[in-house]
Design a protein around this ligand. Sequence first.
Ligand SMILES: Nc1ncnc2c1ncn2[C@@H]1O[C@H](COP(=O)(O)OP(=O)(O)OP(=O)(O)O)[C@@H](O)[C@H]1O
Ligand SMILES: [Mg+2]
Length: 649
Amino acid sequence: MSLISLKNASKDFGIKILFEDLNLNIEKKDRLGLIGPNGSGKSTLLKVIAGIEPLMDGIRTAQSKLSICLVNQNQNRNTNKSVLEEVLDGCGKKREILIRYKNISETIAKEATSEKLIKELGRISEIMDKEEVWTLEQQCTEIINRLGINDLNKPINELSGGFKKRVALASALVSQPDILLLDEPTNHLDAHAIEWLQKWLKNYHGSIVLVTHDRYFLDIVTQRMLEVNNGITKKYNGNYSQYLLSKIEEEKSEIASNNKFKNILKKELKWLKKGVKARSTKQKARIKRIEEMKNNKPILKEEPLDIKSNTKRIGKVAIEINNLTIKSISDNNQKTLINSFTYSFRPDDRVGIIGPNGSGKSTILNKIYNRSNIDQETIKIGETVNIGYLDQYTNTLNEEKYLNKKVIEYIEESSYNLVLDNCKVSASKLLENFLFSPSKQHGKLKNLSGGERRRLALCKLLMSGPNVLLLDEPTNDLDINTLSILEDFIHKFTGCVIIVSHDRFFLDRTVNRIFNFENRNLVRYEGNYTEFLNQKELKNKKLRGIKQINNTQQNKNFLKEKESTDNLAINNKNNKIAKKIRRRTFKQSKELEEINKELPKLEEKRILLESMISSSNSDITKISIELAAVIDMIDKAETRWLELSDMSN
Ligand SMILES: Nc1ncnc2c1ncn2[C@@H]1O[C@H](COP(=O)(O)OP(=O)(O)OP(=O)(O)O)[C@@H](O)[C@H]1O
Ligand SMILES: [Mg+2]
C-alpha cells in the first residue's frame, strides 16, 4: 500500500482550478519533484499531500502512524524558544526518550533505587543505542551549523524570514520523518550548504516530495516529476534532465499534430467554401466539427513580460564608497564583517556580490540603502540617484498591515501612475505586465504564492522609477519564465545594478564584475561568475605551484616562467582590462622579488618547526606558537604574491 494516495483530487480557490482529477501515490523512498510556473499550485499541492489543505473534490488517504514533515516556502513562526530548542523539538519521540532517560537517572541518583526503575533505565538505554539518541544534541548542532546558522541560542522571534526557514529545515531533517515535504529548501542557502543538503537528501531513508526552482538541485535529488500547469497535471519518470528531454519530444509531436490540425482545418474550410449545403446529418456534423476546431484556440502561453526601464541620468559616479568597515551587530564580540571597502559604482555598473552565508552580503546592500550610522564621506550617493532596493525576504510584504490589502492597493500606495519612456502607465497596467490578472490584482496579499510575492515586490520597486537597483537574492522563488524576463530586464536597464546572489546561471547572465568575500575583504574579479571561478582556480593552482617548488633551488626562474604562462592563460577580455588598470610599480616589483626570496626560507622554517614538534624532548607550547606565527607569515606572503603577480609589469 502506498504511504499517501490522492484519488481524483481537485483543488481551486474559487477563480482558478489548480489541479483536477489527480491520482497520485507517494511510495516508500519516493523522490518526487513538483514542477510548474509561479502560482500554478505546487505549494498548495504539498499542503494537500501533508493533509493540512482540504481538497475540493476527491480523496486523500494515508497510512496510519505515518510521520510527515512539511517545510513551508515562507516561515513566520514566532516563539521565544532558542534555535537549538526549536530544532530539538523537531526530534519528537527521540527527544521524549532523552528527557525520560534524564528524569529516571535523576530520580535514581536522588532516591533509593527501585529495581523497576533500574530495569526501565536499561530498557531506555537500549532504545537510545538503537535510535542513536545519545548524540541527539550533537546531531542537531551539526545540521544547524551545516545550514549556516551559527548562533544556537538566538530566540526564533529575533530571526529574519530566511533564518527561520533554515531552522524549520534543520528541524525537519533531524526529525527524520517517513515523508519529507520541502518547499523551496535552497532559498537563502549558500553554495556549500546547498551541496551538503543535496547529499544528505540523496541518502535519505524516507520519501521526499520537493519543490525548487534550483534546476541542479532538482536534477540530483528527484527521480520522477509531476508537472502542474494551468490546472493540468502530468507525470514524468526520471529526474529534471529526463523531464526536459520528454518535454522536447512532446513539443515536437505537438508541432506535428498542430500542423496536421491546420491541414485538416484548411481542407475542411475549402470544402465549406465550395458551398455544399448542410443538409445531411453527416454534413451537419462536419460543419459542427469545423466550428469546434475554429473555436478551439491553441493553449494560451503566458504573455511575455515586457518592462522597459525609466531612468534619470546619473552623473559620473552613482555610489562612492570610501573605506567602509562594518562590524556585526548581532555578535557580542563585534566581529568585523567588511574591512575597509573602497569602490566607486559607475552609472552602468553590473556588479555581483558573492560569499558564504553570514559573510555580510545583505548587510552591505542594506548599508548602501539605509546609510544608518554611516557618515556622508563613507558612502556618497550621486545627486540624481534613486535607489530601488529588493530585500532578501521581501520583508514589507509580511507586515501585518499589508496581509489583507489588495495587490492593486499595495502598488497604488506608491503611485497611481508610472512614467515609462514618456508614457503614463497605470498601476493596473504595470501589474498586468507583471502577469497579475485583473482578478489577482484584486486578491489579497496574504494569498499570493512565493513567486507572485517576489514579482509584486519587483513591481513595487519599479513604480518609483529607480536608476540604481540593489537586488538581494532576486531569483529566490521565481520560476524559469520570470527569471529569464528579469535577466532580460536587467540587460535593458540603463542604470547601475548591484546583485547579491548564489545563483550561478543568473550571475553569469547579468553581471560583469564580481566582489567575493575573502577574509572579510571584498576582493574584486573582472568578468561574470564562471570567469570568476576560472580565475579562482588559477589562483589556487598558483598557490599549489608555490608550495611545490619551495623545496627546490630554481624557484625564482620557475615563478617567472609561471607568471608568464599564467598571464597567457588569463587572456580573457576583462582580465586584460584589469591588468591595464593595475600596473606594478618599481617598488612593488622589488617587493615581489623579496617575497620570492623570503617564501622558501619561511617554508624551510615551517618544516623544521614541524619536525621539532614531533621530537620528544622539545618545548611543544613554545614551538607551536612560533609555528603558528610562521604559517601566518607564509599566508600573508602568498596572498601578497598573488596580488602583485596579478599586476602587469
Ligand atoms: N488561501 C488562498 N486563497 C486564495 N488564493 C490562494 C490561496 N492560496 C493560494 N492561492 C492562489 O493559488 C495559486 C497557487 O498558489 P501556490 O502557492 O500553490 O503556487 P505555487 O505553484 O507554489 O507558486 P510559487 O512557485 O510562486 O511558489 C496562486 O495563484 C495563489 O495566489
Ligand atoms: Mg510555492
